[in-house]
Ligand binder design. Structure first.
Ligand code: NBP
Length: 499
């Protein structure tokens, strides 16, 4: 009797890998697993849950054994650390991201043409661009896929954003669509669909994470305003977020924020949120998005402010020191409290719309730069379930792109234009109040600044161009001579001031 062959192999049995494997088996796939530290293969297979899967799950103690157990074309998914200092001499161009390169090198002699390698880690998209091309030259098909939703998502249904070699998709699609989160009225629309060529999937996953940074920052600012300006208790905050979760802000992050306000520390019986040190960390995808936005010359200010907010939060000692020296307003809001709560809700919603608008502008700019053909409305659908930013209003993004596939900016879509305009005066009052009370709202204010800049036909960059031309002969164009130029002026000799 010939040896049983498995549908897919997965390497990397940390939290994400283990949960994805169990999810795959639950959906009828036969899975072979491997891990660099091979004792973890045995430990995993010895768990009650793994044992309950019978012969649908098998272990391997080397890459060669893993490969030998797979159906052709072989599909091998890597769920390994996306940043590693191990150098991979031959193909690693990005030395801080070498683990995947090293495994690819080890796999190459074991694979046949047409086999498929899938990287499900949080990989920088340029690595995925490079690996797709590198492997295509060798006849190996590569997929770089975003997997969102953390441990729970991996087990019960993640959002999946695959990109890479489109030929590989038909083989991987049944598995990804089976294990992914499902949405829609009948819970049958998978949150896993082909995103685009090469690094497109990882880019979209990065923007998802950047939008997540923005959403979290905006929610934290709303919380801080209600706590500092109105003195709300955690019980009151719970009620506010519970109500907000029933409207257009309905989303996973609002829901978990609501629940956080109910949790008490078993030891002290105090609210746990009040016992948590106010210094935030980051794993890097928000920073990547911000850096790549700068590379593309697009203003993704929400994610950037969200990253900076984490940076300044981490400067705890300096903040303690400065708080004893620097003074400023610290009063409370004296107006109608109920009305202010609703204004904060509107400011949060309008800012969130700007954040998603910026994320999409960045994806569009990247698609142009890297030659990806993307379905923008469909990308929003991938984020409806399984992931961290899942939100009711993502449907509106799909509708906006359905109505106008060439939409330049979500703010120009009729629904979003009207929502932001409706919220505008509340949004301005919230930012104004925060400034008056000395409460930092980098997300709300940068969103409003983006909105005001974007809707301005004219900006003061005429003066800026004059300055650049004055000191550096950078030249400028003229409004009265379109299509002509560039022009340069000898500012020093024509200026009419005392020399
Ligand atoms: P980790 O990111 O903690 O990675 C641990 C795994 O990587 C272990 O299996 C480890 O093997 C393996 N590994 C390392 Br470290 N260096 C390796 C190398 N040079 N060669 C081969 N294997 C190596 O695991 P995770 O949190 O499950 O995440 C897996 C991937 O999924 C990451 O890329 C992560 O960014 C991404 N992701 C994580 C989440 C999440 O919520 N955790 C969500 C979405 C995506 P060992 O056991 O031998 O050390």
């Amino acid at each position: 009797m010939s040896e049983k062959k498995y549908d897919i192999g997965l390497m990397g049995l940390a939290v994400m890998g283990q949960n994805l494997v169990l999810n795959m088996v639950d959906h009828g796939f036969d899975v072979a697993v491997f891990n660099r530290t091979t004792s973890k293969v045995d430990d995993f297979l010895a768990t009650d849950e793994a044992k309950s899967k019978g012969d649908k799950l098998t272990g391997a103690h080397s890459l060669a054994e893993l490969v030998s157990k797979l159906k052709s074309p072989r599909k091998i998914m890597l769920m390994i650390q996306s940043k590693d200092a191990v150098p991979a001499p031959e193909i690693a161009l990005y030395p801080n991201n070498a683990a995947v390169d090293a495994v690819i090198q080890d796999l190459l002699p074991l694979l046949d043409k047409g086999d498929i390698i899938i990287d499900g880690g949080n990989t920088q998209f340029k690595d995925t661009e490079r690996r797709t091309k590198f492997l295509a030259d060798k006849g190996i098909r590569f997929i770089g896929t975003g997997v969102s939703g953390g441990e729970e998502g991996a087990r019960k249904g993640p959002s999946m954003m695959p990109g890479g070699d489109p030929e590989a998709w038909e083989y991987v699609k049944p598995i990804f669509q089976a294990i992914s989160a499902k949405v829609g009225p009948n819970h049958d629309v998978p949150c896993a669909e082909w995103v685009g060529n090469r690094g497109a999937g990882h880019y979209v996953k990065m923007v998802h994470n950047g939008i997540e940074y923005g959403d979290m920052e905006l929610i934290c600012e709303a919380y801080w305003l209600l706590k500092k300006a109105l003195g709300f208790t955690n019980e009151e905050l719970y009620e506010v977020f519970r109500d907000w979760n029933k409207g257009e802000l309905d989303s996973y992050l609002i829901e978990i924020t609501r629940d956080i306000f109910t949790v008490k520390d078993p030891e002290t019986k105090k609210h746990l949120v009040d016992l948590i040190l106010d210094t935030a960390g980051a794993k890097g995808t928000g920073k990547w998005m911000s850096q790549l936005a700068l590379d593309l010359g697009v203003p993704s200010t929400l994610v950037t402010e969200a990253v900076y907010a984490r940076c300044i939060s981490a400067m705890k000692e300096q903040r303690i020191h400065a708080s004893k020296i620097l003074t400023g307003p610290s009063g409370t809001y004296k107006g109608d409290r109920k009305e202010f709560v609703d204004q904060v809700r509107q400011a949060l919603y309008a800012s969130k719309i700007c954040s998603y608008a910026q994320g999409y502008v960045q994806i569009m700019a990247a698609a142009k730069e890297y030659d990806w053909s993307l379905k923008y409305g469909q990308i929003a659908m991938l984020w409806r379930g399984g992931c961290i930013i899942r939100a009711v209003f993502l449907e509106r993004i799909k509708e906006a792109f359905d109505e106008n596939p060439n939409l330049e900016n979500l703010l120009l879509a009729p629904y979003f234009k009207s929502e932001v305009e409706k919220s505008q005066s509340a949004w301005r009052n919230v930012v104004k109040t925060a400034v008056e009370l000395g409460i930092p709202v980098p997300g709300f204010s940068t969103a409003l600044t983006y909105f005001d800049s974007y809707r301005s036909e004219n900006l003061p960059a005429n003066l800026l161009q004059a300055q650049r031309d004055y000191f550096g002969a950078h030249t400028y164009k003229r409004v009265d001579k379109p299509g002509e130029g560039p022009f340069h002026t000898d500012w020093i000799n024509v200026r009419e001031v005392e020399k």
